[in-house]
Design a protein around this ligand. Structure first.
Ligand SMILES: O=P(O)(O)OC[C@H]1O[C@H](OP(=O)(O)OP(=O)(O)O)[C@H](O)[C@@H]1O
Ligand SMILES: O=c1cc[nH]c(=O)[nH]1
Ligand SMILES: [Mg+2]
Length: 209
């Protein structure tokens, strides 16, 4: 069974409280999505492996810690996932970035694929799939299946708000993928929007509605 980490850091909780407000405009919403993603990245990388390396400071030789595990890749689910990328790249500048384009059909709520471009060596990397919203879980599950079909084995998923329905689906369909969640909300409404949620994350980031 996958691990489900719900963030309890006060700064993350505070910022999520701000972006839920309906009167926050795109500029502030986008900036805070990036900040939250950076804080979440910090929490989601706590268990990365380190190795000892001998270096020389201006004073003497010493042993320091260096990341030793797999290289990383960030894969946002378009469009809304793009809003999280820069915040994570600020923390892990060497990560490569792939893109998976999916939108949720408004009638069927099923994900529709329209783009996939991944780093050539994605299969050898630790991949962080990112999307602010996990609602039914259809988009996330489809994106992760696309990665697995291309040979990616080490996958984590990071979202800012999740519904219990999406978490249950991910645990059922991808029990090997650990979930990092900013806030776990109550339920989905009849349009499969997260309640209380924050509305349509993509539209709010890009100002399209
Ligand atoms: O868990 P699900 O039920 O699949 O819903 C979540 C998906 O819906 C939203 O994307 P949307 O389809 O609105 O596309 P967008 O990012 O282009 O706005 C969101 O960013 C997720 O990708
Ligand atoms: O609440 C929701 C559900 C799906 N996609 C969003 O952007 N918000
Ligand atoms: Mg959207």
């Amino acid at each position: 069974m996958s691990e489900v980490h719900v963030m309890d850091h006060p700064l993350i909780q505070h910022k999520i409280g701000v972006i839920r407000r309906k009167d926050i405009g795109s500029r502030d919403f986008r900036a805070m999505i990036g900040e939250i993603a950076a804080f979440m990245c910090y929490e989601a990388t706590r268990d990365l492996k380190l190795q000892d390396v001998e270096i020389e400071t201006p004073i003497c030789k010493t042993v320091v810690k260096e990341l030793s595990g797999k290289k990383m890749a960030i894969v946002p689910i378009l469009r809304a996932g793009i809003g999280m990328v820069d915040g994570i790249l600020n923390m892990i500048p060497a990560a490569k970035v792939g893109h998976i384009g999916l939108y949720r059909d408004p009638e069927t709520f099923e994900p529709v694929e329209y783009f996939c471009k991944l780093p050539a060596d994605c299969g050898e990397r630790e991949v962080f799939v990112v999307d602010p919203m996990l609602a039914t879980g259809g988009s996330c599950s489809a994106a992760i299946q696309m990665l697995k079909d291309k040979g990616v084995k080490n996958i984590r998923f990071m979202c800012i708000i999740a519904a219990p329905e999406g978490v249950a689906r991910m645990q059922e369909e991808h029990p090997d993928v650990d979930l990092y969640i900013g806030a776990l909300d109550d339920h989905l409404d009849e349009h499969k929007y997260i309640v209380p949620g924050l509305g349509d994350a993509g539209d709010r980031i890009f100002g399209t509605k």
